[in-house]
Design a protein around this ligand. Structure first.
Ligand code: HEM
Length: 368
């Protein structure tokens, strides 16, 4: 190697070593300044919001909040600022939108931590979403960038899809924000760590699959099981369809996606392919977190690595391929074993009913 090339190598190595630093948690971060300032906030989030790093109700709700914040965006302009934290900063406005029903609980829970964080509202909302999701075994290590300016206005109403909307309407809304149909299906892996509190308020915490504390493809499998019952004692609500298991809720929109010829094969493709869905969800979430934002600094190395999912997924006890309503006929359905025993009743996600907190105060003017 020539002296010149060696000198360049030495300079490059030295600058890398100067930038990288090992943190108290053992992580080596490259973006020393930006990543290091996140550690106290992450510690606070894990301790005070996520009950010590759990994939519980608050982790689920933080991911939903990140989505509802970001999707208020249009590639042709005229809507909100995207992943800008407006849902937190302008909470008095955005929590009133029908599609944001129940979002006030996580806004109120995040608010005091946000005030201590010194982050912009957008950086905070999307950090909490990445950390909460990462608490769920099987989740990909989500990317995270920071440097979002404070939001300038609330997102307008009617940007967030509703479970009563048709596939055509939801796909059009996502297309307007820059997403193709496959990405919508991949983003819906989020419903594998999800539950509903407001769709049927008489049964808060009703999960969308039998494993709401694990990021896996069980959700995609169970949505394909023929629906036979309501999750609770009451009748079905608007936006809900029959589910296969006691205690499990199925959104009308999720079922419609699993059956529609524009999306059914993307739906089936995800089933029992954990590495595939981790990678696709990772990429779609990266796009979501960056909607409307430019010039951010990558601080992904500050995000803790999620636990892995042992897998494989299984049919819930008493179910098999015979119970499926398969809509993608062009590819064979994967072979999946069944859990032994009688059909389960899925318990609610605890903490979902006791999160009735007072709505957060809005930021001082002009953020009202
Ligand atoms: C495609 C259109 C979508 C519709 C119609 C939809 C609808 C819903 C509904 C109705 C709930 C239950 C709300 C309640 O009653 O408490 C819910 C929960 C949830 N959604 Fe979606 N969603 C969609 C897409 C997404 C996306 C793209 C994400 C994230 C990337 C997401 C993440 C979640 C999470 C994590 C929850 C659980 C929240 C909690 O447990 O508190 N959803 N969704």
């Amino acid at each position: 190697m020539s002296f010149g090339r060696l000198a360049v190598l030495v300079v490059l190595l030295a600058s890398h070593l100067a930038a990288a630093v090992t943190c108290p948690g053992g992580q080596v971060v490259a973006n020393k300044v930006t990543s290091l300032e996140l550690f106290p906030v992450i510690k606070l989030l894990q301790a005070d919001l996520f009950d010590g790093g759990e994939c519980g109700e608050e982790a689920h709700a933080a991911l939903r909040l990140a989505f509802h914040d970001a999707i208020g965006f249009s590639t042709s302009g005229g809507k909100g600022g995207g992943a800008d934290g407006s849902i937190l900063a302008f909470n008095k406005t955005e929590t009133k939108y029908a599609a944001n029903d129940g979002i006030d609980d996580i806004v109120a829970a995040q608010w005091p931590i946000f005030l201590q964080s010194n982050l912009s509202a957008g950086d905070f909302v999307h950090l909490a979403g990445a950390i909460g999701t990462g608490n769920c075994p099987g989740a990909p290590l989500l990317p995270y960038s920071m440097g979002r300016p404070p939001p300038v206005a609330p997102a307008p109403d009617l940007t967030v899809p509703q479970p009563t909307d048709s596939v055509t309407k939801i796909l059009a809304r996502f297309a307007d924000a820059g997403f193709v149909p496959a990405e919508v299906i991949w983003l819906l892996a989020s419903h594998s760590i999800a539950d509903a509190n407001k769709l049927d308020p008489s049964i808060p915490g009703t999960p969308f699959d039998s494993t709401p504390f694990t990021f896996d493809t069980q959700f995609y499998l169970e949505v394909l099981l023929k629906g036979t019952r309501t999750p609770g004692p009451g009748p079905l609500k608007d936006g809900e369809v029959l589910s296969p298991l006691a205690g499990e809720m199925r959104l009308k929109s999720d079922f419609a996606f699993s059956q529609d010829n524009r999306t059914a094969c993307f739906w089936q493709e995800a089933i029992n392919d954990q590495p595939f869905i981790m990678a696709r969800f990772h990429d779609a979430m990266q796009k979501l977190q960056l909607l409307g934002q430019t010039g951010l600094t990558d601080c992904s190395d500050a995000i803790p690595v999620p636990k892995t999912f042992a897998g494989p997924i299984k049919y819930p006890a008493s179910f098999s391929q015979a119970n499926l309503k398969i809509a993608c006929l062009s590819t064979p359905f994967p072979s999946i074993a069944t859990v032994a025993g009688p059909a389960p009743t899925i318990p609610p996600v605890s903490g979902a009913s006791d999160t009735q907190q007072t709505t957060a105060e809005p930021l001082a003017l002009p953020f009202s």
